[in-house]
Write a protein that binds this ligand. Structure first.
Ligand SMILES: Nc1ncnc2c1ncn2[C@@H]1O[C@H](COP(=O)(O)OP(=O)(O)O)[C@@H](O)[C@H]1O
Ligand SMILES: [Mg+2]
Length: 309
């Protein structure tokens, strides 16, 4: 899939020839620095990209069909019922004037026939599933903590039993303990209910703990993808290696991340060759000239690096 943002100063390619295969019931983590194209990818898969984004090529196969060729009507049937998404801002997107129970049942009514009673029972069940007592159905968003509101967002996304749940940095605004609880909850639900997950975050180390497989993005391209255990113990792309060496250092009350020197490139004018080469500690001349293809280096493990073997 290729996705461009059409701007006054020309197109910006935010997703550059990325393809992903997802197994049924698999938990895929997607990691990369801010601006690497993670949200664009997620919204591209859901086909909910706002202008000026345009999908300019490739395919996105979901349950045997290319989502990129479906019309609005077909997409409407697919979205939320087969694949659904939780946004970083889901907790702020809840309607403040109707109860959380109504917001969950609204989703169910919008997509199928269900009696009011059955919908309410199901909403309570969904809340319990995400760790909120079912009797909070009549609560309003402002009565809940950020973590609880984000869980309501997850309950809404799961209301129609999708086979794919995409979560775009759903825990970034929350503290690390709440983040861990929510991740464990999603992992548990995914194992129990069997849906597939694409979980997006800038936190690679966290993804390696929770995912079956992890994809690492850099400047709109996939740098590396492989089994989580494999990436944890033998990352092959210098970018992945750099992200894993990034560690928090506590000075008094502030925490600093020591990470890869330099900043990600602008996608308006990305470096020639490998996009990571200006920041790469092991780059050779070839890296500044020729863009490396994503190539297989082990079972289910691929990296886009000239030096990876
Ligand atoms: N509305 C927009 N207009 C132009 N370019 C955009 C817009 N939104 C995103 N982009 C470009 O797409 C890139 C990827 O953005 P995004 O998918 O939000 O990254 P991430 O979610 O990894 O932080 C950005 O670095 C930027 O170059
Ligand atoms: Mg994003």
């Amino acid at each position: 899939m290729c996705i461009d943002y059409i701007t006054d100063r020309g197109p910006v390619r935010a997703i550059d020839h990325v393809s992903l295969d997802l197994e049924r019931g698999e938990f895929l983590g997607v990691a990369g620095e801010s601006g690497s194209g993670k949200s664009t990818l997620a919204q591209g898969i859901m086909r909910i990209l706002p202008p000026p984004a345009v999908i300019t090529g490739g395919e996105a196969i979901f349950e045997g069909r290319d989502i990129l060729t479906l019309d609005e009507e077909e997409l409407r049937k697919l979205r939320w019922s087969r694949m659904s998404m939780v946004f970083q801002s889901a907790m702020d997107a809840l309607n403040p004037v109707i109860t959380i129970g109504e917001q969950i049942t609204d989703t169910m009514h919008a997509h199928g026939d269900m009696s009011a009673r059955a919908a309410r029972d199901r909403a309570a069940e969904l809340l319990e599933m995400v760790g909120i007592p079912g009797d909070r159905l009549d609560a309003y968003a402002h009565q809940l903590s950020g973590g609880m509101r984000q869980r309501v967002g997850i309950a809404i996304a799961l209301a129609l039993e999708p086979t794919l749940l995409i979560l775009d940095e759903p825990t970034t605004a929350l503290d690390v303990i709440v983040e861990r609880e929510i991740l464990e909850e999603i992992r548990g639900l995914q194992r129990k209910l069997g849906f597939a997950v694409i979980f997006i975050t800038h936190d690679l180390a966290r993804m390696l703990q929770f995912s079956d497989r992890v994809a690492v993005f850099y400047a709109g391209r996939m740098a590396e993808i492989g089994p989580a255990e494999e990436l944890r113990t033998s990352p092959r792309h210098p970018y992945t290696q750099g992200l894993l060496r990034a560690f928090p250092s506590v000075h008094g009350s502030t925490v600093e991340m020591f990470s890869i020197p330099g900043t990600p490139p602008s996608l308006r004018n990305p470096p020639a060759g490998c996009r990571f080469h200006p920041r790469c500690p092991v780059a050779v001349e070839l890296c500044s000239k020729v863009s490396p293809e994503l190539k297989q280096i082990g079972p289910g493990h691929s990296a886009a690096c000239h030096l990876a073997k």
